[in-house]
Write a protein that binds this ligand. Structure first.
Ligand code: SME
Length: 154
């Protein structure tokens, strides 16, 4: 079984654990993905900060970051807040509009979360491996985000 095929049910089960708060469940998913996927070095959620045009850091696993608030339009995350589309960055050095969190990061993927069609946040993954992300990562993270959207609506 592929790595994502075995991780998917584990992640979905963590998200469905009603004995935990939503924040605890998101934290558990970040911890799982960061521990189990070799090319996921930092895994975190950002959410729209109320009605302000900015993202606020939620649960994450990996090194602490200074970037707890990101204005819409800034960096890879801020661009996804406006574009509503996955953003796969094989080489962060090739991006002009990029916010560096750590010098070891080589690549990044950001996948938006939609609740009732509205982009309300995203999952953000940094990798220390160059060009590691494929369509498999995108499909996997879209599945996680669909479940996150569901529990946010509960
Ligand atoms: N690199 C991101 C900022 C968030 S950190 O990766 C945790 C960006 O350019 O938006």
């Amino acid at each position: 079984m592929s790595m994502f095929a075995s991780l998917r049910p584990r992640a979905l089960q963590l998200l469905a654990d009603h004995s935990k708060t939503v924040a605890e469940r998101l934290q558990a998913v970040c911890d799982l993905l960061q521990a189990e996927v070799p090319h996921y070095d930092w895994v975190g959620f950002y959410f729209n900060n109320g009605d302000r045009p900015e993202l606020k850091l939620g649960p994450y696993a990996g090194a602490p970051t200074d970037h707890t608030l990101i204005p819409f339009g800034k960096g890879i995350c801020g661009q996804v807040a406006l574009s509503d589309r996955n953003f796969v960055v094989p080489d962060v050095k090739a991006q002009d509009n990029y916010i560096a969190c750590s010098l070891t990061v080589k690549a990044e993927i950001v996948v938006p979360i939609f609740v009732q069609g509205k982009n309300i946040g995203q999952i953000d993954i940094d990798s220390n491996t160059p060009d590691p992300f494929t369509g498999e990562d995108e499909r996997f993270l879209e599945t996680i985000n669909a479940k996150v959207a569901e529990i946010l609506e509960d």
